[in-house]
Design a protein around this ligand. Structure first.
Ligand code: HSE
Length: 300
């Protein structure tokens, strides 16, 4: 018995929503194949597309950490062999570890006859994030698991996830520069406190973003795609950040910011043509600082 599952990459934060907003894209993403085996325990047979960088030891592999947490919860000791195909770059700000964890727990739940609902899988996928980055944030795993645009209202005492409707026409451009940012480092450089003034601005933008998406008000979405707390600190990790952002806006994007912890940058646009042009403009701006990059365009 075997199963193959694809889980998509995600853009976390979406400018103003640090740790609370994220959306899934059509591509790239990760694929996992699970097979039941006779002897108990998880065994990784192979990982492709990671240039040999991910650990094969289940205790140190994020997808397996999530799967082990799930198996403990349902009190099962079914043996499973695993093949993981990384179809997206690591350390890119596209939720690479999240996609593997989501693919793993989703596939496992299906293989075992679906004892838990899709939403109930979320805490186990989050365990992989805790291992990978030091905190169990859900802004990558939740949209990768549920699809679409997701807001996380609360983490404590219980995770409270809200799916937000988006306009029929809304496109994301992601440009991934060929540099790497470690999520743990990108979290460690953040200030632990923020001013009341910036908090108020950020809350206004979060409210504007949710309302803009639900009403299909592109002007409101555009005005709300602003991050006054995290982006100014993390921008220093991305060479050419200011130029790339400006290029996206000049090419017609509604807004542009860092995807997750970076270094990828994302922009939102009203139509696919604009989203493509925005990607080319962003890529040219990265080239201007001698950085090669890859463009992904996707509907949301
Ligand atoms: N919200 C997280 C961060 C996403 O920005 O650190 C990265 O995985």
């Amino acid at each position: 018995e075997s199963i193959k599952v694809f889980a998509p990459a995600t853009v976390a934060n979406v400018a103003c929503g640090f740790d609370i907003f994220g959306f899934a894209v059509d591509n790239p993403g990760d694929e996992i194949i699970l097979r039941k085996k006779v002897s108990p325990g998880l065994e990784i047979l192979k990982i492709e597309g990671d240039e040999g960088r991910l650990p094969l030891d289940p205790e140190r592999n994020t997808a397996c950490i999530s799967m082990l947490a799930y198996l403990r919860h349902i009190n099962a000791n079914q043996g499973i062999s695993i093949e993981l195909k990384k179809k997206m770059p690591l350390g890119s700000g596209l939720g690479s570890s999240a996609a593997s964890s989501v693919a793993g727990v989703y596939a496992l739940n299906e293989l075992l006859g679906r004892p838990l609902t899709q939403l109930e899988l979320l805490p186990f996928a989050m365990e992989g994030e805790r291992f990978a980055s030091g905190t169990a944030h859900a802004d990558n795993v939740a949209p990768s698991l549920l699809g679409g645009f997701v807001a996380i209202r609360s983490y404590d005492p219980k995770i409270d996830v809200i799916k937000i409707d988006t306009p029929a026409e809304l496109f994301a451009t992601i440009v991934h520069p060929q540099i790497e940012v470690n999520t743990r480092d990108a979290r460690n450089i953040l200030r632990k406190e923020t001013s009341l003034k910036n908090t108020i601005t950020q809350m206004g933008n979060v409210a504007g973003m949710v309302a803009g998406l639900m009403k299909g008000d592109y002007g409101l979405i555009s005005r709300s795609l602003v991050d006054v707390i995290i982006e100014p600190v993390r921008a220093i990790l991305i060479p050419g950040f200011t130029e790339v952002k400006q290029a996206a806006i000049e090419a017609g994007a509604l807004g542009c910011s860092i995807s997750g912890a970076g270094p990828s940058m994302f922009a939102l646009s009203k139509d696919r043509d604009t989203a493509k042009k925005v990607g080319e403009a962003m890529q040219r701006a990265f080239a201007g600082v001698q950085i090669d990059s890859e463009i992904y365009v996707s509907g949301i």
